[in-house]
Design a protein around this ligand. Structure first.
Ligand SMILES: Cc1ncc(COP(=O)(O)O)c(C=O)c1O
Length: 411
C-alpha cells in the first residue's frame, strides 16, 4: 500500500546519529548523512581506492564508482553528467566559475548580485570589478528581507551579462520563482547563476525546467558528503575559460572547471544519496518508476509536506510572541517558504538564546551564516545576527514542541 505521508520511524532509522538525544535544528548548516552514504564512502575506500582512469580492473572499478556518483547527482537535478562539476564546496565552485567567465566580460559590462545571498554567490562576482566589470546590487527590503522584482527591472540594462541570485536565502527562507526570474533575465540578454544551497534539501531541483545557466548547491546539506555541486549548461561550460592545467582541453568538461579533479571517495559517496532517496521511495510507493529524477521528486513531495507541518508549528508559536522579529514569510501557506526560520528578539542576544537551548540539548545556530550583507541590511548586528532554526525532513513534531517549550520562557 502506498503511504500518503513520510514514515518518520523508517526515515530516522537510516540516519545513525538521530538517536543521540539532541533535537537537531542546524540542518541548514549541514545535515546528517544516512547509512547508505557512509557505506558508499567506506566501500570505495575499502575496496576501490586507487587512481582511476587506467584500463586495469581495480582502476576501472574506481572510475566507475566516481562516474556513478556524478550520474546520481546529475539525475537528481535533471542534468547531464558532463554538465555537473563536483567540487569541494559551493564557495569554491563559484570562485572557479567567476574566474572562468572573467575573460568573457568586456569593461563596462554589468553584473548584478544581491545583498541577500550568502557570500559564496557574492564575493567572487563582486571581485570582478577589479577587472572593469560594473557590479550592481539588487537590494532587499530592509524590513523583511524581500527582493522586489521591480528593483531588478530597474537594474537590468542592455549591458547586463549575468544576474547572481539565490533560489532561497539561508537566513530569510523565502523561495524565489527562479523559472520566472530567469525568463525575464534571459529576455534582457543576460544569464543567471542561482544559489540553490538552501533550497535543494527541501524541494527538488530541475535545472531544465528552471532553464538556469548555472546552478549551485552543497551535497553536505542534502544528506551527502562534504562536496559542492555546480551545474552549467553545456554550451556555457564549453565557452568558459578552463581553470585546470594547460593541457586539459577546453572541450574537456567538466574537468576543465574542476582544478585538481573531484574528491574520489566522496563523489563515490554521492551514490548513497540516491540509495537513500530510492529506499524511501520503495518504502512509500508500490508503483515502479524508471526515472530516478521522478522517484526523487515523489520523495521530495513527501518531505516537503512533512516539513510544512513542522515549520507551521513553529511559525504559529513565533507569530504569537509580541515584539519578536520574524524574518521572511510568516507562514508556509503559499509554498514560498523553506523550513529555515530566522528571528531576532529585540533586547535579547541571539547567542544567549542559542546557549540556553543548547543546555536543553536543542541545537540551533545564531549569527549571520555568511549572509553577512543580508543580516547587516536587515539592521541587525552581523555578529549576533538572528537565531536560526534549520529544519530537515527527519525532524519530528515532538522535537519542534520541545523547542517551543524551551523557547517560550526565554522570549
Ligand atoms: C545559501 C548558501 N549558499 C552557499 C553556501 C556555501 O556553501 P559551501 O559551504 O558549500 O561553500 C551556504 C552554506 O551555508 C549557504 O547556506
Amino acid at each position: 500500500m502506498p503511504r500518503e505521508s513520510l514514515d518518520l520511524d523508517f526515515v530516522r532509522r537510516q540516519f545513525p546519529p538521530l538517536g543521540n538525544g539532541w533535537a537537531f535544528f542546524e540542518n541548514a548548516g549541514g545535515s546528517y548523512a544516512p547509512q547508505s552514504v557512509i557505506d558508499r564512502v567506506r566501500s570505495y575506500m575499502t575496496e576501490a581506492q586507487v587512481q582511476p582512469a587506467w584500463s586495469f580492473a581495480p582502476s576501472a572499478d574506481a572510475t566507475e564508482r566516481i562516474a556513478r556518483g556524478r550520474r546520481a547527482v546529475a539525475e537528481l537535478i535533471n542534468a547531464e553528467p558532463d554538465e555537473v562539476i563536483v567540487g569541494p564546496s559551493t564557495t569554491m565552485n563559484v570562485y572557479v566559475l567567476a574566474q572562468a567567465l572573467r575573460s568573457a566580460f568586456a569593461p563596462g559590462d554589468e553584473l548584478i548580485v544581491t545583498n541577500l545571498d550568502h557570500e559564496a554567490n557574492n564575493g567572487a562576482w563582486r571581485r570582478l570589478a577589479e577587472f572593469g566589470v560594473t557590479v550592481k546590487e539588487w537590494r532587499i527590503d530592509p524590513s523583511n528581507g524581500a527582493l522586489a522584482e521591480a528593483d531588478l527591472d530597474a537594474l537590468l540594462t542592455d549591458r547586463t551579462r549575468l544576474v547572481c541570485f539565490t533560489h532561497c536565502s539561508n537566513v530569510v527562507g523565502t523561495i524565489h520563482d527562479v523559472a520566472h526570474l530567469t525568463r525575464k533575465i534571459h529576455a534582457a540578454g543576460a544569464r543567471v547563476c542561482v544559489d540553490g544551497v538552501a533550497f535543494a534539501p527541501h524541494r527538488q531541483v530541475d535545472v531544465k525546467a528552471l532553464d538556469v545557466d548555472f546552478y549551485t548547491f552543497s551535497a553536505y546539506k542534502v544528506f551527502g558528503p562534504h562536496l559542492g555541486i555546480l551545474y552549467g549548461k553545456r554550451e556555457h561550460l564549453l565557452s568558459a575559460r578552463g581553470q585546470n592545467h594547460f593541457f586539459i582541453g577546453e572541450d574537456d568538461i567538466p574537468l576543465k572547471l574542476n582544478p585538481g579533479g573531484p574528491n574520489h571517495e566522496l563523489t563515490a559517496g554521492l551514490v548513497g544519496v540516491a540509495d537513500y532517496f530510492d529506499a524511501v521511495y520503495r518504502h512509500h510507493f508500490d508503483a515502479p518508476e524508471n526515472s530516478f529524477h521522478k522517484r526523487a521528486g515523489r520523495v521530495y513531495a513527501l518531505m516537503a509536506a512533512h516539513e510544512e507541518r513542522l515549520a507551521d508549528r513553529l511559525l504559529d508559536f513565533l507569530r504569537g510572541k509580541p515584539g519578536l522579529r520574524l524574518i521572511g514569510e510568516p507562514t508556509m501557506a503559499d509554498g514560498r517558504r523553506a523550513p529555515t526560520i530566522s528571528f531576532a528578539v529585540p533586547g535579547r542576544s541571539s547567542q544567549a538564546l542559542q546557549t540556553a537551548l543548547e543546555r536543553e540539548r536543542i541545537a540551533v545556530g545564531y549569527g549571520n551564516f555568511y549572509a553577512h550583507r543580508c543580516v547587516e541590511a536587515l539592521g541587525l548586528d552581523p555578529e549576533d545576527g538572528v537565531l536560526r532554526v534549520g529544519m530537515a525532513h527527519y525532524n519530528r513534531l515532538e522535537e519542534v514542541d520541545r523547542l517551543i517549550e524551551a523557547l517560550d520562557p526565554l522570549i
